[in-house]
Design a protein around this ligand. Sequence first.
Ligand code: ARG
Length: 255
Amino acid sequence: MNRIKSLLIVIAGLVVGMTAQARTFDEIKASGKIIVATEGAYPPFNYYQGSKLTGFEVELAEAMVKKMGLAIEWKALSFDALLAGLSQDRWDMVVASFGITEERAKAVTFTNPHYCSGGVIVSRDGSIKTPAMLAGKTVAVQTGSTYMANVKKLPGLKDVKNFPQDSDARAALLNNRVDAWVSDRFVVKNAIDSNPNLPLKAGGYLFVEKMAIAVKKGNTSVAAAVDKALADVMADGTYKTLSEKYLKEDIRCPQ
Ligand code: ARG
C-alpha cells in the first residue's frame, strides 16, 4: 500500500513537472523582471570582476532587457546546469555562449545568434596548429561544450580530459597535464592578451559556430522578444560599442 502511495506521488510529481509552463513574454512583462542565467567563468563573455558579473554577453543582455522595458535578475551557475534549468522553468533565458547545435535544439529554442566565432587549438609552444596535428595528443576541454563534442570526433587522439570550467582546461595545459586546449577564439585571445608571459599559442580553427541565447523549448513569445531586442541593439550602435569594448572588433554574424 505504502509503495503504491509513493509511486502515485512520484507519478503526480512527474505530471506536474511535465505540464509546467514556461512564462510567456506577457507574464514576464507583468512581473516586470526577467530571470537570466549564465555561467560567470568565461571571460571576456561572462565573468566576475570581483563580485560584479560582467562581460560582453552580460552587458549585451542588460542592454537588450532594457529595450524590453524590464529589470534583470541574474543567476550564475555551472555551465552544464544552464540548459536543463530552462526545461525546469528555473529561469527565462540563458546567455552563456552556447553554440547552436542540432542536439541542443532538440531540448531548447535558440534565438537569432548574438555572435559568431569558433573553437581554436591552443598549445604551449604553438606546435599544434591543425586538427590532424592533434593525433596522439591529450586535449583539455570544458565539460558539455561544443569543444568537447568536436574534439571527441577526431580520430587518433590519445585522450580527452574534460573540466567543469574552461579556465580549468586552460590551467591543465599550462601545468603540462595535457598537450592542447580547445576553446573559443576570443576566450583564447583574451587569455593570451591578459597574460602575455604565459606559454599559450593559438593554432587554427577546429570548427566555427554561431552563439545564441536559449529559451525554453517552444517559448516563442520570449524568443521573439529577444530577437527584437537584439535587432534593436544591433541597429542603434549599442552592440558595436560593447563588442569593440570587450573583443576589439564587431563579432556579429555576417548577414
Ligand atoms: N561555445 C561553446 C559551446 O557552445 C562553449 C561555451 C562555453 N560557455 C561558458 N559560459 N563557459 O559549448
